[in-house]
Ligand binder design. Sequence first.
Ligand code: NAD
Length: 479
Amino acid sequence: MSPAGKKFDYAPAPESRAILDLKPSYGLFIDGQFVDTLDGRTFKTVSPASEEVLAEITEAGQADVDRAVAAARKAYDKVWSKLPARERGKYLFRIARILQERARELAVLESLDNGKPIRESRDVDIPLVAAWFFHYAGWADKLVARPLGVAAQVIPWNFPLLMLAWKIAPALACGNTVVLKPAETTPLTALLFAEICQQADLPPGVVNIVTGAGDTGRALVEHPGIDKVAFTGSTDVGKMIARSTAGSRKKVTLELGGKAANIVFDDAPVDQAVEGIVNGIFFNQGHVCCAGSRLLVQESVHDEVIRKLKRRLTTVRVGDPMDKNTDLGAINSAAQLDRIREMSGIAEEEGAERWSPPCELPSRGFWFPPTVFTGVAQTHRIAQEEVFGPVLSVLTFRTPQEAVAKANNTPYGLSAGVWTDKGSRILWMADQLRAGVVWANTFNKFDPTSPFGGYKESGYGREGGRHGLEPYVTLGDVQ
Ligand code: NAD
């Protein structure tokens, strides 16, 4: 505090946009070139922090999707599947190095289009993107399995370039070619990635990027010319894709929603656990499929944990994603903000107690303060449904058995966290929890060597590590 009693504040530390070469409009990336649409329309992508229009984007129609699939097929048959595997690996290494060289540009563009803090895109998203390409580049010449052919890949808006890397790196390493559709609110880094493919001299047609919304995605996954569907997104759309591909020979992987339990036992180091709770739900504005959105805290330490959590949340800085001091950026879209508001309203109506730290939100753009609901019951919708925003539900338990029963009581099963001093309890809990990933005394840790994926309505298939190769190969003959 200053002598006058006023709190010192951080000076603004904005990251410059000067490094970007944003074009007013973008075509589709097909057969190694940016091309105009044959039958599509256009839409605008905006900065969620200011509602500024960033660029005009093409919404690919059926004829565009046909053309992209044909380009991918030709590249697969004539070039990519014929290349020695080590040559394919060299292209991936080259792309990985260019991603590192252009990391700052990619981070700035990601934060601008998505609304996530520059600190996260700079220190988490983009380094992981490069790591994913390096990892799978190394696999390319170590496989004896055969590729599938053409992969259709559809991704969400929460980690736009990272989800692209999770999809494209293993597909290419295994010898497939791809047509990828980024989410409609965050297409810009995928289009910059297309430029990187040109820079790396990747053979035309190996990577094709078609932009658009749900109709474009549907045209792509239902296309008869593809061999594989890889989808990351909501459980509702995942179910539609499962139905529309059933009975086809397409191999399908679905990475869907989550409602992770972050479980704090009374012997956990409380200050570290509080940091883990904050990281678990407020990282990337809570737009994280594996977010620790349900805090299960042992009854005997509930009051202490909540007191410390609230104190810690008063220091969280919400605001301009381009400011290097920002912890919590903008909500990705007006539609997502509506969903978060609606779910929070329902939680209050159902009897949970709402709390947010005092914070001033910018007047333009899409914003929501960090929010904690205490007194949440298992039956509340806020304890069952994915909010996909900076909203934490707090429940309590008395015994490890009760913690497991409550943690597993959701339709999802993507991830979980356990905070305890006791190693044997960590192992026991990990064994009992129906979740694809269980973090112990940490949360939201990602590594290209580690498989990631869900149980139940969180989907099927694994991405990452050796497991992430399996969805892109066959050990038998290709039909
Ligand atoms: P969404 O399902 O609405 O959209 C995801 C993508 O699918 C977008 O590109 C969208 O244009 C496209 N799409 C929409 N309708 C389609 C259709 N009928 N056919 C084909 N494609 C279609 O999801 P979202 O709101 O963009 O993303 C948030 C969801 O993604 C959350 O539920 C989150 O949990 C999930 N997610 C899961 C993981 C994971 O690895 N499990 C990772 C990130 C996000």
